[in-house]
Design a protein around this ligand. Sequence first.
Ligand code: 4FV
Length: 249
Amino acid sequence: MRIDVLTLFPEMFEGVLGSSILGKALEKKLVDIRTVNFREFAFNKHNTVDDYPFGGGGGMVLKPEPIFRAVEHVTADDQGERRPRVILMCPQGETFTQRKAEELAREERLIFICGHYEGYDERIREHLVTDELSIGDYVLTGGELPAMVVIDSVVRLLPGVLGNEQSAVTDSFSTGLLEYPHYTRPAQFRDWTVPDVLLSGHHENIAKWRREQSLLRTLRRRPDLLEQAELTEKERQWLKEMAESPESK
Ligand code: 4FV
């Protein structure tokens, strides 16, 4: 997979792309990530990339030319079958989810546009962008952090990026449920112990306990997820009883 990030602050990505799992994935050429400063495509006197909004009002708007030219520059040599996804990070976008991460992880090329200021000239949305994504209902100073969030969650799904010690299989949300509680040594820490079932070595009971804990935790914290989660009729019945019982409170 090749990822191009169009940003006015490429230096912001050095840390994230230079360390830990993403850093190793780049080293092992499991992914190719490049940053492009789209100010280099602002061929006006002061390389300005923003301007006052037509119709007045506060704030500045990102101009179309530098962003169109930057996207055309990074796609000039594109031989891929599939058209690159051009992803605009903005609060108005579709809320990003694990499902979307899995979908994007199947692509050959992703191009992220990281905005600043009040927003983007609408013609960027209408004639260049394939996807608009938001990482949440709050306003940030720029699109860089949101792009890093999406890149991190997509790249960790690419083959060979996560070693077996980290598995994406049992992630929260990849099962549609919240993850079950984890424990590690020591079995006794101060007055707190580990549930016996996890020390039993009885894999079937352990799997059953973990599934119940995921269901309970999801019922308590994110009941909205239960609607679209793949549950057996027996599990739905069990959850119904749990919801009525004080234990689930
Ligand atoms: C954002 C979000 C976000 C809005 C104005 C950057 C800022 C500035 N992007 N999810 N939430 N973007 O707040 O994706 O352009």
